[in-house]
Write a protein that binds this ligand. Structure first.
Ligand code: TZP
Ligand code: MG
Length: 219
């Protein structure tokens, strides 16, 4: 099978929800179900940080969330853990600069899986594209409390720069994005936004997703 089409990838990136058990106010399964109800377009399982599940518990949660995604035809992406993605036959993986290079992941997974890479500079972006990434995650755009080892806040500058230098790869902004500040991220050239807390910690998860989607669609 061949690589995902760029325009299909852009559509999936509109409202990309990322979460693990530590991010949720209520159960992860209910959080994901409500987020899907609100209109998220892609989901990433990211079981990380203090108190994160490991081993069988993490595997079982991933499987449960993947099943929910399958029922609603939302592609299921795994953060970092290529072995888990292979074991689950996930739809794709997302990796950072400190993880296995996209080139070797592409060789292991084949062309039919989605590969996303976090990029902070033009150099990292070009390397990820050359290595076979389907999309880039660029950030942190705004201050975030969901990632302990986040790089320096970059605003929308890097997204603008990547577009200005002619890179057309599908990309999402990430880091501290809320309904109140999502507009400039799309305005800078991102195809969508990636969020953890704006959805996972919302009092009304479904309404939070709906609200964000509305802003992205009409920007
Ligand atoms: N990578 C860069 S910032 C970030 C990740 C995983 C965390 C985003 O979480 P939030 O809660 O949307 O700021
Ligand atoms: Mg990583």
């Amino acid at each position: 099978m061949k690589r995902i089409d760029s325009e299909d990838m852009r559509k999936l990136l509109k409202l990309y929800f990322i979460m693990g058990s530590v991010n949720c106010r209520i159960s992860p399964a209910v959080t994901l179900t409500q987020a899907i109800e609100g209109g998220i377009t892609l989901f990433q399982f990211r079981e990380k940080g203090p108190g994160a599940l490991t081993g069988t518990a993490a595997f079982n949660l991933a499987k449960q969330l993947q099943q929910i995604c399958r029922e609603h035809r939302i592609p299921f992406i795994v953060n970092d853990d290529i072995e888990l993605a292979i074991a689950l036959d996930a739809d794709g993986v997302h990796v950072g600069q400190e993880d296995e290079p996209a080139r070797s992941i592409r060789q292991r997974l084949g062309d039919h899986k989605i590969i996303g890479v976090s990029a902070h500079t033009q150099h990292e972006a070009r390397q990820a594209i050359a290595d076979g990434a389907d999309y880039l995650g660029v950030g942190p755009v705004y201050p975030t409390s969901s990632k302990d080892d986040a790089e320096a806040v970059q605003g929308t500058r890097v997204i603008e720069e990547l577009r200005r230098c002619g890179l057309t790869i599908p990309l999402v902004g990430i880091g501290g994005i809320t309904p109140g500040n999502a507009q400039p991220v799309i305005g800078a050239g991102a195809d969508g936004v990636s969020v953890i807390s704006a959805i996972a910690r919302a009092y009304d998860v479904s309404a939070a997703a709906k609200n964000l989607l509305q802003i992205i669609r009409y920007t």
